[in-house]
Design a protein around this ligand. Structure first.
Ligand SMILES: [Zn+2]
Length: 326
């Protein structure tokens, strides 16, 4: 079975990395993020990788935030023109990132959420074109909790205090961000939306299930949430995968934005080791009933039925990203 990693950020442009993915049977969807020039620096690389190795890579584009220097109409026209160009260049989806809702502010200083009217024409364009929107909106609940609260995400907030919202009045709450994302789903019923990272509802699969029930156009990817899944009751998690087997997309969130061809062999080997161990851990969790270790956590694998694994790890990505080359 070819497995599709639907959430990847690795500029693996050297022959060894392409060969490694081939040996592992992985096709990876490289996702652009618009932050700190990150998008412009990786966009051409992700695009060219997908062009050169369509059997190993695909790519998902993004768009810049409004800087309010131009009118909303000018901004929307330029975003849509850029997305149309990227779709012609093979992009299979469009990503919005957490800075929408958590960083971007309107002219009056208030936070601009993902349901802000400025984005509506962009989402309508995607709806018309049948292009899915990948949303990383909000953060794990740990973002709003004291740093010493046990969580698979505590380390991230220790390293990225700028994104740790606990105890900082005036910043949006987790529920505000979820409400804004749900509002986009309600307003654009034909838009396919893939909520990255279990839709930022990793703390309780019941919350994810509620959205999947309410919004038929919503799916979630699993990326970077293995630790949260391992904390769930195993029977509850297994039942969740079986019930929503058509709405879950496997992904890892592996990151390396420097072209691997530019690294010393030792650096490349280290990244290859991470790639191998990440897939090994994930597939052991999904497919076996063996004990899986992740950091200090350990849990028994879900031992999912073969057809469920096939959907989650492969077929669903083709359904939810219909432009993925078959
Ligand atoms: Zn990511």
């Amino acid at each position: 079975m070819e497995r599709i990693d639907a959430h990847f950020h690795v500029l693996g442009d050297d022959p060894d990395t392409v060969a490694l993915l081939g040996r592992l049977g992985i096709r990876a969807l490289n996702v652009c993020v618009a932050h700190d020039g990150w998008s412009e620096s990786v966009r051409p690389g992700f695009r060219e990788l997908a062009r050169a190795h369509p059997d190993r890579y695909a790519w998902c584009t993004t768009f810049d935030l409004p800087d309010y220097a131009t009118t909303d109409q000018q901004y929307q026209r330029s975003v849509i023109a850029g997305l149309a160009r990227d779709l012609r260049d093979g992009a299979v989806g469009v990503k919005v990132w957490k800075h929408i809702g958590m960083e971007l502010r309107r002219r009056d200083g208030s936070f601009a959420m993902v349901d802000d009217g400025v984005f509506s024409p962009v989402f309508e364009f995607l709806e018309r074109e049948g292009v899915p929107l990948l949303t990383h909106i909000g953060e794990p609940l740990a973002c709003w909790q004291p740093i010493d609260t046990p969580s698979p995400h505590a380390g991230y907030y220790r390293n990225h205090p700028e994104w740790h919202f606990h105890g900082r009045p005036g910043l949006p709450a987790h529920a505000d961000l979820m409400r804004a994302r749900d509002q986009v789903l309600a307003r654009h019923p034909k838009l396919r939306v893939i909520g990255a990272h279990l839709g930022s509802l990793e703390y309780d699969l019941t919350e994810v299930a509620a959205r999947l029930e309410r919004f038929p156009g919503f799916a979630v990817d699993l990326s970077a949430r293995l630790g949260d899944l391992m904390l769930e009751n195993r029977e509850k998690a297994r039942a969740f995968f079986i019930r929503y087997q058509d709405r879950l997309l496997f992904g890892t969130d592996l990151v390396s934005t420097r072209p691997l061809s530019s690294l010393e062999p030792a650096g490349r080997d280290r990244i290859h080791g991470t790639i191998r161990s990440t897939y090994e851990r994930w597939f052991r969790y999904l497919e076996s009933d063996e004990i899986v270790h992740a950091g200090e956590q350990a849990a028994r694998g879900l031992d999912l039925p073969r057809d469920v694994v096939e959907k989650v790890c492969s077929a669903n990505a083709r359904v939810w990203y219909p432009r993925l080359p078959q």
